[in-house]
Design a protein around this ligand. Structure first.
Ligand SMILES: [Zn+2]
Length: 327
């Protein structure tokens, strides 16, 4: 970024510095929205962050209509469809994080959607509860999922819990929170003595942003519901301010072929999310002579590529375990 880059009048949420510049013009859904970056602490954030009260109204229904699996339809996914679409993703997520869960734990997931993750962990922990602002999704969970804990349709800061939790999970939720330090301090109050948080967010040093600087990808990556774009440094700093230390687990989910499509064609690989993440050839080519025999070779390259990006710090998903500093 050149030193002549446009400055912003806003101050940094994290370090209060006024050395803030425009990092990217426009978001996927709003060309007038600007993405800012702090020169002092590197925090990347949107301009004009709304109040949490306004955001809470938006997440009740509007969000699921606008950001659904089919961007062409202004209709929220039915809870049943959302549940079955998300189930394989959450199964993979649990496989990665299984070592953090134990039979005697009470777990709360914030932003649990239609409850797919909770249903995956149900038999692995003592009790699992959830919070989501979409009432239809919450209704679905209450009626269909037979969860061991309660499900709430209020913002977590409004819920009067009768218990504390050993683990609180937020998967692609924390980047939506307007005041993350105050929010983490609130979660601190909900944890048991040895309790911890698992927070998964998109990583701002995603290779497509930080190495390849794909203009098409960046236009898609920055979106108005994502208020902050975290790195280990900035998530670590915000967590520290709220009394937590972070341990990071790097993860790169999207494959080389997906990256090449963005770089060369300016669009993601076709097919489903899970196909896009692997080094699979586009689905329309399946059945072409020779394709199947070359797939094991692609799988091998893709595995090496994933390890390479994770080592370089340019992976797409940042998973963080937050534990309290010893008092
Ligand atoms: Zn700053």
């Amino acid at each position: 970024m050149s030193t002549k880059s446009k400055m912003s009048k806003e101050v940094c949420y994290n370090c209060k510095s006024s050395h803030v510049f425009v990092y990217h013009e426009g978001t996927r859904d709003d060309p007038s929205r600007r993405v800012l970056k702090c020169r002092e602490c590197d925090l990347v954030f949107l301009d004009n962050i709304p109040s949490q009260e306004l955001l809470n109204e938006y997440y009740k229904e509007e969000y699921r209509k606008k950001f659904n699996s089919d961007a062409n339809k202004n209709v929220a996914e039915a809870p049943e469809d959302n549940f079955s679409n998300k189930l394989p993703i959450h199964q993979e997520r649990f496989n990665r994080l299984e070592h953090l869960f134990q039979k005697n734990q009470s777990v709360l997931e914030i932003g649990c959607g239609s409850g797919a993750f909770l249903s995956v962990i149900k038999d692995h922990v003592k009790k699992c509860s959830g919070v989501d602002l979409n009432e239809r999704y919450v209704q679905f969970m209450r009626e269909k999922l037979d969860l061991t804990g309660k499900v709430y349709s209020q913002h977590v800061e409004k819920v009067k819990f009768q218990e504390k939790f050993d683990v609180i999970c937020l998967f692609h939720v924390f980047e939506h929170i307007a005041d993350p330090i105050a929010f983490l301090r609130h979660l601190n109050e909900l944890l048991t003595e040895s309790g911890f948080l698992i927070i998964e967010v998109p990583h701002v040093n995603d290779a497509l942003v930080s190495i390849y600087e794909s203009a098409a990808f960046k236009r898609n990556y920055f979106n108005s519901p994502h208020l902050y774009y975290y790195s280990e440094k900035t998530l670590g700093s915000i967590s520290k301010e709220a009394g937590f230390k972070c341990e990071f687990l790097p993860l790169n989910e999207y494959g080389l072929l997906n990256h090449l499509c963005w770089i060369l064609l300016g669009k993601p690989i076709t097919g489903t999310r899970s196909e896009g993440r692997l080094f699979k050839l586009p689905t329309e080519n399946v059945g072409q002579p020779g394709i199947d025999s070359v797939q094991p070779f692609f799988d091998k390259i893709n595995q090496e590529y994933k390890i390479y990006l994770e080592k370089q710090g340019c992976f797409d998903t940042l998973i963080s375990i937050l534990k309290r500093y010893n008092k």
